[in-house]
Ligand binder design. Structure first.
Ligand SMILES: Nc1ncnc2c1ncn2[C@@H]1O[C@H](COP(=O)(O)OP(=O)(O)OP(=O)(O)O)[C@@H](O)[C@H]1O
Length: 216
């Protein structure tokens, strides 16, 4: 589903070599954890796969097609990707339900269907009772669960998660991981998850270790 070949990413005119020739293949429906010490290039790799940045050299293919052939980056992201970051990035002035509905606004779904889908996802995350709350009025774990619901709203074939449980206690981290993995397994979603947490990595199909901009 995802194939990266010879990925190099330099910053500051080549002074910083964040990625130094990375090759990676992630199969359809696979859950792949990326681990490694701080600064080894994990987020950079995820950002390149997510077309949030472009490589200095190398190529990424999705479903066999180079990223450049999939149209503008925003279209690629909308069609293929759901993102979960360490910080939830919910819109503070919208309720949890409205936040989950946002990606669905780009579809042909009417208002009622959008609301139904958002509510169903929030229910899966154990948040139906919080659907009408503002992000500032719920706990950190609940905010992050809503962010996961939003990432999954479009049923993207690929979910990219960067330390999704990094800011949470172990109970909330477990809840989020359970919900994310259950949904990805159910829909055969390809999940790439950057994590420092050995407990998270242990639940992946495959663990890829990075060091100094390379995969070990
Ligand atoms: N926008 C940027 N400008 C300059 N240097 C950057 C930029 N983004 C990342 N880097 C550098 O690239 C290297 C890899 O960073 P990256 O964030 O990918 O590491 P990481 O493994 O995700 O680290 P962490 O686990 O701490 O999040 C680091 O040396 C970092 O300082």
């Amino acid at each position: 589903m995802i194939r990266a070949d010879g990925l190099v990413k330099h910053f500051d005119g080549g002074l910083i070599k964040a990625l130094d020739g990375v090759g990676l293949e992630v199969r359809l429906g696979e859950v792949c954890a990326i681990t490694g010490p701080s600064g080894c290039g994990k987020s950079t790799l995820l950002n390149l796969i997510g077309a949030l940045a472009s490589p200095t050299r190398g190529e990424i293919r999705i479903d066999g097609r180079p990223l450049a052939e999939l149209g503008p980056a925003c279209l690629y992201r909308r069609r293929y990707l759901g993102f979960v970051f360490q910080l939830h990035h919910l819109i503070p002035d919208l309720t949890l339900c409205e936040n989950v509905e946002i990606p669905l606004m780009t579809t042909a779904l009417g208002r009622r269907k959008r609301r139904e889908r958002a509510m169903a996802l929030l229910a899966e995350m154990g948040l139906e009772h919080r659907a009408g709350s503002m992000p500032s009025r719920v706990s950190g774990g609940e905010r992050q669960r809503a962010a996961v619901a939003r990432a999954l709203a479009m049923e993207p074939p690929i979910v990219l998660a960067d330390e999704p449980t990094g800011s949470l206690d172990s109970r909330n981290a477990g809840l989020i991981l359970d919900a994310l993995l259950a949904r990805c397994r159910q829909l055969n979603t390809t999940l790439v998850i950057v994590t420092h947490d050995p407990g998270v990595a242990a639940r992946a199909d495959r663990v890829v270790e990075m060091l100094d901009g390379r995969i070990l």
